[in-house]
Design a protein around this ligand. Structure first.
Ligand SMILES: [Fe+2]
Length: 289
């Protein structure tokens, strides 16, 4: 079937994140999407088991990594993008509004003038409507903000990597209360995703199980979401969604790894420069988040 990429999912149970390798069966060209760097926050220690599993898969299949993509600046896990890029190659891409995220969090973390806020840590900044290719497969890029200002959806043939917009139909949608988030924007972005063909395979960035479901799941379709999504199935109005989303967000605590994740991910997954003793430090802003 033309324009049908292969997809392999990698679930990280420590952060409930799903990373993907997707590839063009005709050429073996691949993209690695939303990779995870293991992080033991109590010890401040990183590890690469999750990323190594993806790298081993790409290597074993003989794929060539053309792109290392982020759907957004994640707040719940550290990105392994620089490590994946070092091991596999490929260009690192994210949404152009990364600059907004860098500005917001550069201020919150008082990152200083050495922290560039122009997205220059990435190889490619995508705008809404941009197109690129993974091998012979065209990729269409949709700007789908709301969870964060820089959220992008990558549509590759009949597969869409939708980041944190929709979750599984029985779980609902992503939160929209981080700095720069907007429930109203999220609703409008979700409508863009739901306007894709009904058979489009949707690949989610997170799953937390759901009431009555005891296994993790991360793949659904536009038709299933439109029929059954508990937050935004067909017939739910923008105002109804915004009221529900904002009320629910007020009950949520911050993700366990938000403080380290944002500081690293706003730098494209790179750590801040080491201090003069050679050690890298992350900051903890008090009473800001
Ligand atoms: Fe997220």
């Amino acid at each position: 079937m033309p324009h049908r990429p292969e997809v392999e999912a990698f679930f990280d149970e420590a952060t409930y994140t799903i990373s993907y390798v997707t590839w063009d069966p005709a050429t073996g060209a691949a993209a690695v999407i939303d990779s995870v760097l293991d992080f033991d926050v109590a010890a401040g220690r990183t590890a690469t088991a999750a990323a190594d599993a993806m790298i081993a898969f790409v290597t074993a299949k003989g794929l060539s990594c053309e792109w290392v993509l982020e759907t957004h600046v994640h707040a719940d896990h550290l990105s392994a993008a620089p490590y994946v890029q070092e091991k596999l190659g490929g260009k690192l891409g994210i949404g152009a509004n990364i600059t907004v995220v860098q500005d917001t969090f550069g201020k919150i973390f008082n990152a200083g003038s050495e922290f560039e806020r122009d997205g220059s840590q990435f190889d490619r900044l995508f705008e809404d409507g941009d197109e690129f290719a993974v091998g012979s497969l065209p990729v269409a890029v949709l700007h789908t903000p709301g969870h964060t200002p820089a959220c992008m959806t990558y549509v590759i043939g009949d597969a869409a990597f939708i980041g944190d917009t929709l979750f599984m139909p029985d779980y609902g949608t992503a939160r929209a209360d981080f700095p720069g988030g907007s429930a109203r924007q999220l609703y409008r972005s979700i409508q863009k995703v739901l306007a894709l063909p009904e058979t489009t395979r949707l690949f989610l960035c997170h799953d937390y199980k759901a009431p009555g479901r005891d296994h993790y799941a991360w793949e659904t379709t536009v038709a299933e979401e439109r029929a059954r999504n508990v937050h935004v199935r067909d017939g739910v109005s923008e105002d109804e969604f915004v009221a529900m989303r904002e009320a629910r967000d007020r009950t949520l605590s911050m993700p366990r790894l938000i403080v380290p994740s944002i500081q690293v991910n706003m730098r494209a997954g790179k750590m801040p420069e080491p201090e003069d003793n050679g050690t890298v430090y992350l900051k903890m802003p008090i009473d800001r988040l």
